[in-house]
Write a protein that binds this ligand. Sequence first.
Ligand code: GLN
Length: 537
Amino acid sequence: MKTPKFILVTGGVCSSLGKGIVAASTAAILKSAGLKVAIMKLDPYLNVDPGTMSPFQHGEVFVLDDGAETDLDLGHYERFTETHLSEFCSVSTGKVYSEVLEEERDGKYLGGTIQVVPHITGKIISKVELAAKKMEVDVLVVELGGTVGDIEGEPFLEAIRQMQSKYGSDMVCQHVTLLPFLAASNELKTKPTQISVRELRRMGVVPDVIFLRADCKIPKKLLKKVSYFCDVDEEAVIPAETVNSIYEVPLRFQKSGLGEILAKKLNLGKLKFKFSEWEKGIDKMKTTKEELLIGLAGKYNELDDAYLSVIEASKSAGFFFDKRVKIEWIDTEKIEEQDGEEWEKLTKVAGVIVPGGFGNRGIEGKIEVARYCRESNKPYLGLCLGSQIMAIEFARNVLKIKDATSEEFDENKKSKNHVVHFMPEQRKIMKKGATMRLGAYPCVLKKGTKVQKLYGETKISERHRHRYEFNNKYRERFEKAGFCIAGISPDRSLMEVVEITDHPFMIGSQFHPEFLSRPFKPHPLFRGFLSAIVKGK
Ligand code: GLN
C-alpha cells in the first residue's frame, strides 16, 4: 500500500464554526475524484468516548458498525463520504491517556518517566497513523476538536507539529476561523483570524489553507489581506460563507478550487472531480418548496443536535418526494397531562417519529402517541425505543395486557408483563464488558412484509444501541393479533423490526436506521414512512 497523506483540520477564534463540515466537505471533494478517503476526529476532552455524554451538551451519540459510540461529527463524515468508519476514527484525550497509563502499568516504559511530550503526543500520532492504516486510505482527513488556544488541545497541536515535520509535503494543515461582522463600521474584521493563526504558529503549526467563516459575502480584498498577514497562498484562502444547506459546502469549496489546491500540495496528480450527484441533490433541495410537518416525540425537545441523524434522514426522505420536512416537536409529558395544545400539534402532523431514548420520562405520553397513531391510521415510525413503545401500546390496548411495560420502566418490579425485557442470552453476542447491544447486526426479513418490500432484499445489516429486547414469550400472541415480526436475527432469537399489518405504516425497528441514511439516498424505512404520508402507500 502507498503511504497515506494527511489533511489536518484545526479551528480558531471560537467554537461551532463547522469544522466538522469543513473536514467532511474536504473528504467529499477528494472522494469525488475516486480517492479512498476517511475522516477521523481527535477530541481533546477527557471522556474516554462520547457514549456516556449527555445529549444536552453533546448532541446525539453516533454509532458505527463496529459498535463504537462516537461524536455526531462522525455522522456528518459518513453522510458526506458514504463511508463506514470504524472505532479507530474517534480518539479522545481520555482514550489516549488511558492507553498510555495502561502500558505504564504493564511495564512497557521500563521505568522511564512518562511525559506529555513525547509519550502522549507519540500516542496521538500513532492513533492517527493507525486509523489511516486500518481504513486503507489514500488520504486521511483529521479534525481536531476545540479551538486553538484551549489548554486541552495543546498536546494535539504539538502532535500535529511533529507530524508536519515527519510527513512534510504528504500533509496539509487547514485552519478554520471566523470573520466577525461589525455593524457600526459595516465590515468584516480579520484581526481575530490573524491572532488565531499567530497562536497556531506559536505552537509550531503552519497552516497551508485557511477557511474564513462569515455570515455574509467576503470581499476579495479581505481574502488577499488574510493571505498577506497569515502568510498563506492567496488561492488557499477559501471563503466559507454561511449557506442554506450544509450539503452546498463541498460544491462551494470546489468552486474556490480546493480540490486542485490539495492535489497540488499533496502531489496527488491530475484529479477529475465529479459532482453530478451532489449538484442534482442540491438543486432538488433548493427548488423544493412544499413543507411537510413531521412530529418528533422525543425527550430532548427543540434540541436538533440530539436527533441530528433522525432529522437528516427525515429531510433526505422528504426531498426524495419533493417535500421540505419541518419538525414539530411533540412534548410527550404534555401529552400525558392531556394538554390541549400539544394534542392539537399531534393531530396536525402528517406522521410521527418516536426516536431512541433512555429512561422513564414522558414514556406514558409516548404510549398515548402510539395508540393515537395506530387508531387513527397515522404513519408512525418507531426507532429503537419507539419500537418498544409500539409493542407496549399494542400489548396494553389490543392484547389487553393492562400492566404491559418494559423492564426499563419498572424499577420496582410492579408489572408481571415485561413485553420488553433484558435478555441474559443477549450478553453472549455483545462485546466483552459491554452493557448494551452496540453496532451492526444482521437481520433476516420476512418475505412479503412491508419492511421487506421497502428494502427489496431479505438480508440486511443495521446498527443498534440498546439494552432491552422484545420478550419472545409474547411473540405468538402478538403475531396472532396482527403485530407482524418482519425481521429477526439469523438465529431467530431476537425480534429486530416489527409492523402492524392492518395499518398504512406503523413500523418499529429495534435498530437505528437513521445512522445509515444518506443525504441523496434516503434509508428504506424513512423513504417508506414518507411514501405512506405523501402517497398513502
Ligand atoms: N432504552 C431502550 C433500551 O435500552 C431503548 C434504547 C434506544 O432507543 N436507543 O433498550
